[in-house]
Design a protein around this ligand. Structure first.
Ligand code: ATP
Length: 587
């Protein structure tokens, strides 16, 4: 397929807000490409070249792209910068310049394959002088493209291909391509959950249909979507529902999926630890590649007495002198790209491993948890350089459960995880195989919520200086986002500053189409749905003003949830369930 055809579909997608219409446009596009092209198209429509977990990034800032653009169309940088400042969108700038200059007319249209390969080469440029080489190659590519194609290509390296859908919409579109509806989504999602590479799923499905999907296996190097936990109102309900189960401490750190393959050797040109040679990757809850953050964990994993494995666990910082576990806020200092060496000694990491999904060429995630645990115990016989087998106690009564909750809370932990012993690992699923039981669970609100920031209001009094005094948050309901709270308290001065900075970066000119907001709550400034925040509240109440129909009483910010995407925020269905749980506890 010619790239211009893809660009036309991108144009259509940009103009619509409804997820269903987007699904149809994508389905039409997918039906017209070949199976050899469909994976590239999937990545490109998401504004990428490879799945997130591959770690392939351009690292080109907008300012640099202004330089590229000037070179591509032969005009001064000052002129391009002026235009960029007016529109704030490189895509619009290049479209306008290319359309208005007849000398820049393009006769030959490039194939998707050519554009994709050129972009990949640019992204993979590394080492000395790589920035200059990237800029030159990008300029050459842009000069060869028609105006519409250039508009979209220029936005990719700067992560501004804003189309507002995720891998999940692509799964719906693949189903739609085949059946004209979303009926195949469960099968597609099942395959995607064990092998979360959307391009691979699309290619296999396009070429081999449902049968092909059934053959998709877990592979080291492709993340499995993490299992998630449910909530129950109290200890008695947990024992009633789970009967006989294992209780583990619930650590408040960063979820890590560790992949190891000693049969695959990797060449390291740079890095903190040059002796690493096996293929080892670390993925976050969000399927981001976070290997570079934890070089000492990489080394420790390499020492494990197995050939190939995938583990699930939680990375948490420890105090370098006392060895005490650190808070989440302290642990996330490790979430950085630079100065990692310094952080190694300031915030050493322990990884508490609690599950095994793959071992020596065999997927084991479908085996009952008790069997996976036995395998894990054989691998982690002692504390292997900061890799720790998570403590576990088998439980079948309320007294024991309460005792364990108290014990771990006294140790400063967040709570406990209750896990059914005879169930498989539910990749990407939230069900009662795992139930979380936190400090607040026997209070009023049984869990925190993950909401999206929709807009903000300027500060009054002391907060005038911050430029923000409150912000509006919402939960998702199918294609829409509905409000649940306006939050004006519970942030430290630093958190207010951080919130303002983040909000400013993603200001939207008007209320985004997917937002449903009561006029009385309209914020002074709207934000695109990008910032995910974890919110605690005293209780959930019915609300005539908030469009979710429910509101949070005394809401407060717990933390920014950078490890969650917008499609992982709390849904209205979950909020209603939490409300019901709260009501059932009070009655
Ligand atoms: P969710 O993951 O359910 O969407 P969340 O990310 O807000 O919610 P919590 O609900 O607080 O997190 O709890 C689930 C998380 O707890 C897991 O994603 C994992 O990172 C962490 N965790 C800590 N200890 C354990 C454990 N022993 N077993 C499983 N998960 C654990």
């Amino acid at each position: 397929m010619k790239f211009i055809t893809l660009a036309q579909s991108l144009g259509q997608l940009e103009a619509i807000a409804s997820r269903n219409q987007m699904t149809e446009v994508l389905a039409d596009l997918f039906s017209r490409v070949t199976y050899q092209e469909i994976d590239w198209v999937c990545y490109l429509v998401l504004g990428r070249l490879k799945p997130k977990f591959s770690g392939v990034e351009f690292n080109l800032a907008e300012k640099m792209m202004v330089r590229v653009l000037s070179r591509a169309i032969g005009q001064s940088e000052a002129e391009s910068l002026k235009l960029f400042k007016q529109t704030g969108d490189l895509g619009e700038v290049i479209l306008k310049l290319k359309t208005s200059n007849s000398k820049l007319k393009i006769r030959k249209s490039l194939e998707i394959k050519d554009v994709y390969n050129s972009l990949l080469k640019i992204a993979e440029e590394a080492g000395e002088g790589s920035v200059e080489r990237k800029l030159n190659k990008m300029a050459v590519l842009l000069s060869q493209l028609d105006p519409l194609s250039a508009k979209y290509v220029v936005r990719i390296p700067v992560k501004k291909l804003r189309l507002g859908f995720s891998d999940m919409t692509i799964l719906d579109a693949l189903s739609w391509m085949q059946t004209g509806d979303k009926s195949l989504r469960p099968e597609l999602e099942r395959a995607y959950s064990v092998s979360a590479d959307i391009g691979r799923i699309a290619r296999v499905f396009k070429q081999q249909g449902l049968n092909g999907l059934k053959q998709i296996q877990v592979e080291v190097g492709i993340p499995i979507r993490p299992a998630l936990s449910e909530r129950l109102p109290n200890a008695a309900k947990i024992v009633e529902k789970l009967e006989c189960f294992a209780v583990e401490p619930k650590y408040d750190g960063l979820r890590v999926e560790l992949h190891l393959d000693k049969t695959r050797k990797v060449e390291l040109s740079e890095g903190l630890f040059k002796q690493q040679s096996s293929f080892i990757q670390i993925y976050s809850r969000n399927l981001d590649n976070i290997t570079h953050m934890f070089p000492e964990v990489v080394l420790a994993v390499e020492q494990l007495p197995v050939k190939q494995a995938i583990f699930d666990g939680e990375a948490i910082g420890v105090h370098p002198q006392t060895g005490k576990l650190l808070s989440f806020q302290e642990t996330i200092q490790r979430r950085r790209k630079h100065n990692i060496k310094q952080m190694l000694s300031q915030v050493p990491i322990k990884v508490f491993i609690y599950d095994l999904l793959y071992l020596n060429g065999r997927a084991v995630f479908k085996q009952p948890f008790s069997q996976r645990r036995q395998l894990l115990e054989k691998i982690l016989t002692k504390r292997q350089n900061g890799l720790v087998l998570t403590e576990q106690t088998k439980v079948n009564n309320v007294k024991q459960l309460r005792y364990l909750l108290d014990k771990y809370l006294q140790q400063g932990l967040e709570g406990i995880m209750c896990k059914k012993l005879d169930e498989p690992y539910q990749a990407g699923g939230r069900n009662f195989n795992w139930v979380k039981f936190k400090k607040n669970t026997e209070g009023k609100l049984v869990d925190t919520l993950d909401c999206v920031v929709m807009g903000y209001y300027p500060g009054k009094g002391k907060r005038v200086g911050f430029g923000i005094g409150a912000f509006l948050v919402g939960v998702s309901d199918a294609e829409t986002i509905k409000t649940v709270a306006k939050i004006g308290t519970g942030l430290t001065d630093d958190q207010w500053r951080e919130m303002k900075k983040r909000c400013q970066q993603i200001r939207a000119p008007k209320c985004p189409n997917s937002y449903i907001v009561n006029k009385n709550l309209y914020p002074d400034f709207w934000c695109q749905p990008k910032i995910v925040v974890e919110i605690m509240a005293d209780e959930i109440t019915k609300s005539p003003i908030h469009t979710a129909g429910l509101a949070l009483r005394f809401p407060r910010l717990v933390r920014f949830r950078d490890d969650k995407d917008i499609d992982q925020i709390t849904t209205l269905k979950e909020l209603k369930k939490l409300h019901q749980l709260q009501t059932s506890m009070l009655s």
